[in-house]
Design a protein around this ligand. Structure first.
Ligand code: 3HC
Length: 298
């Protein structure tokens, strides 16, 4: 089994990155579907800008000459077919969903796509917090349903978690690993458990940093500096929570607290809830625990 035509549903923060790395890796065709025309246009522009930036860096480093950089950007863009219609996913070997983190919306999408796509199409979710098995029933093809969890920013982060349920067929798992590698990522395999590997470790760590800040044990700047310089992390935990999105972090935690009330690591810090209530969602709104100018913390 090999994926040549890939569909991506959702062209937001994660979806545009997934479509970009798939197209840049030379997938034959990448169909990107959004329900909103303005969001689709923004996502496609973001892909073009990011490809341009990465190509420019490759030229500066001497890894590409300017002509091949221009050709690489143009060829990658030419492989992408933006669309507002789910029916355009009918010819895909693989569809990756990166829509809103809402289980009902994801299940409804898979029900729709089961009617659109042939039985051979593999369905993959980029969910960061929902069980893949909870979607497998709606997909109508549990043996062809899998998790493909990319990391933000997709263009720069080297990992993909491949999440299999007891129903996922071995050849689907193998093809998903090969797809992640083809996108230039290192895949790891995980069972269908809360948060898989990364978020199961990362989110409780972010929580502990916020609780430490709330108690006044240290300033947010010092907590971040400590983890950057003491542990060599590229970003401290409170900066990272802003970077990931405080709404995203809260929604992951709320879902886990509801589904796993017995797990002591899953708690919601009051400061996180308050920021989200104030609409301060981190980098994406220009303010969270810190102020942001685009991708840069102020
Ligand atoms: N496309 C192209 N270029 C990009 C880019 C993108 N999407 N995003 C950033 N860049 C560029 C920047 O513009 C910058 O270019 P410049 O040097 O010309 O200014 C360059 O990459 C380096 O970026 P920065 O200067 O901002 O700084 P860093 O060296 O710190 O690199 C980082 C940025 C790779 C994001 C690094 O800080 C990092 O690894 N941070 C941790 C991120 C992380 O942990 N992500 C995982 C979050 S968890 C998750 O995603 C799971 C989810 O389910 C919640």
């Amino acid at each position: 089994m090999q994926f040549e035509t890939v569909g991506v549903v959702g062209c937001g923060l994660m979806g545009h990155g997934i479509a970009q790395v798939a197209a840049a890796a030379g997938q034959k065709r990448v169909v990107v579907v959004e329900s909103d025309a303005a969001a689709l246009e923004r996502g496609v522009q973001r892909i073009e800008q990011s490809l341009g930036k990465l190509a420019q860096k490759a030229v500066e480093k001497g890894a590409m000459d300017p002509d091949s950089a221009r050709t690489h950007v143009a060829d990658s863009m030419a492989r992408i077919t933006p669309s507002l219609a789910r029916k355009d996913l009918a010819a895909c070997d693989l569809v990756v969903e990166a829509i809103v983190e809402d289980l009902q919306a994801k299940c409804a999408l898979w029900r729709d796509l089961h009617a659109v796509c042939p039985p051979r199409t593999v369905f993959a979710s980029n969910t960061s917090s929902f069980p893949i098995a909870a979607m497998a029933g709606s997909s109508g093809r549990p043996e062809r349903t899998i998790g493909l969890h990319f990391f933000n920013p997709v263009q720069l982060m080297g990992l993909v978690e491949v999440v299999r349920t007891p129903d996922t067929a071995p050849e689907v798992h193998a093809a998903a690993l090969a797809f992640a590698r083809a996108c230039g990522k290192e895949p790891v395999t995980c069972a269908d458990t809360p948060g898989f590997i990364v978020n199961r470790l990362l989110v409780p760590y972010l929580v502990q940093a916020l609780l430490m800040f709330e108690r006044g044990d240290a300033s947010k700047e010092d907590i971040d500096t400590a983890m950057r310089l003491g542990c060599g992390h590229p970003m401290g935990p409170i900066t990272l929570a802003d970077y990931v999105g405080l709404d995203t972090t809260l929604s992951i935690l709320e879902g886990w607290c509801q589904r796993h009330p017995q797990e002591p690591a899953f708690v919601v810090p009051a400061s996180l809830r308050a920021k989200v209530q104030d609409g301060k969602l981190g980098r994406k709104t220009g303010e969270g625990f810190y102020r942001w100018e685009g991708d840069k913390r102020q």
